[in-house]
Ligand binder design. Sequence first.
Ligand code: IPE
Ligand code: IPE
Ligand code: MG
Length: 223
Amino acid sequence: MNKIPRHVTIIMDGNGRWARQRGLDRVFGHRAGVESVRAVFETSAELGIEYLSVFAFSEENWSRPDSEVSALMSLFIKSINNEKETFLKNGIHFRVLGNRERLSPELNAAIDDLDAATAGGTRMTAIIFVSYSGKWDIAQAARRMAAEGGDDIEKYLVTYGIPDPDLLIRTSGEQRISNFMLWQIAYTELVFTDVLWPDFRREQYLAALEEYSLRDRRFGKVK
Ligand code: IPE
Ligand code: IPE
Ligand code: MG
């Protein structure tokens, strides 16, 4: 691979369909999906990718049935607590971005704890977008910028300090952005794959990175 992106972001989609294909409840798809998250984190750290971010739960996802929302929130808490050692051992700084006000005190505490515990990690930053939407991000940035009389909106986005994604991968065959980072993906390369998220492991990830490495990025200029 001749080009390694600095920031890879992933819209993890297809957990529900993966479970349905097996006659299982959607929750089993989300659980299987956690293994895929681990696989892409590990592979990214190995390849020297500096930022790996994943869209885990959108603002719109709050409208899913209560049972699914609470299963997902429990899964986040459990995963955060389980992965602490892995993050520490691998020098990965763990962060969560999104509308934190909507998260439970227990989840917020687990996030703050892992973020603080791993803050010294310099090998890679792992970002989980939870209760996030691109329009929400731009709106909250605009409000804070107006309140402070600022003029650089980038400074107020929750992603401030994080380079814009070089590559966005979406699984499960859907070819849309679903209100993910809208401002930040202005020049991001998009790779869509039919693979459902629980089936997206190292091999599928390497294939997406390979596709990225063949892209010619021009940023509006003439080469
Ligand atoms: C992605 O899988 C995970 C979340 C959005 C939380 P889905 O739950 O959207 O799975 P499908 O799209 O219904 O298959
Ligand atoms: C996008 O998936 C959000 C996340 C992956 C967290 P959705 O399954 O919610 O998106 P739509 O509804 O198919 O656009
Ligand atoms: Mg979906």
